[in-house]
Design a protein around this ligand. Sequence first.
Ligand code: SF4
Length: 337
Amino acid sequence: MVTATTEAPIAPSVAIAPSRGRVVVADELGYCWGVRRALDIIQDAAGAAGPIAPIGDVIHNPQVVERLRARGVEGAGSVDEAVDRGFKRVAITAHGMGPHLAGEAEAAGVELVDTTCPLVTKVQRLAQKLVRQGYFLVVYGDSYHPEVRSVIGWAGTTKAIAAKKVADLPWNAPRGATGPDVVTPPRKVAVVSQTTKNVAELMKFANELQALVAPEGGEFRLCNTICEPTSERQNALRRLVERDRVDLILAIGGKKSSNTARLAEVGNNLGVASYHIERPEDIDDGWLADVRIVGVTAGASTPDDVIEAVVVSLADRGFAPPDGGIRPVDPDYVPSY
Ligand code: SF4
């Protein structure tokens, strides 16, 4: 939770006299600690020693990707591609990478800058430990997501799988069940989560899986590795609904941003129409009909000026911006992990 502040809140730069309603922004939104840290490292590295190629998207936000490109930070699909394009340095993004990347960088003779969020590193190390302890590892998350792939990579075993639904796992019956098409889980199963998932849905997944594993002395272990900044954003969103009684929620973030999609999902689950938008142009005026209070939140990779642009656009449409601006940033904040 951010408590102390040293920076002034960011106030929208356009003052309009609205009459339709008002905007309330979540008290936790936008860049998370890990993304700020990764951007600082990579921009310092590019400023100090020239162009650098993060492998994959450095951040799931097209506006930031464009700005970084202007500063010599340009994503590449692989180490080989970066080398072919003339880069002498590559970077691991905040989402992390499997251990293979360090070997590939060394073999290609390029320098490697690691911006993996320490909260992701924690999950990678935990995955290794659980595998060493004999657990079959289930990573609750999107199998295509770089963070999930990095955790599976560090687990370093074929006894690890990513899934978002229990039905996606290879087991279809509780331990002890028998029958021609029955596939039961092993005796020891552990779950870790992609850091940006929804806590309530992780718990639902874990409860269903535990019912398959626990019979006949099975050992089930759940490690809630959803990160503190993600939980805080989801909690702040709940406060928009329960305390501020918003009529509509706009969750701002790149279309590929998993945690922004989760915010819109949480808003809808709380019974408030919620939309994932990338920029002000995505706002549909039809959504605003009969709305008095618009709640605004943003994913962990959304820069402040994009949030500000959405608030200004809402002001243009007659919704008063929040008195205190968007939100202050605590530069000394470090999440617990
Ligand atoms: S969402 Fe959490 S784990 Fe991911 S970069 Fe941000 S702080 Fe780190």
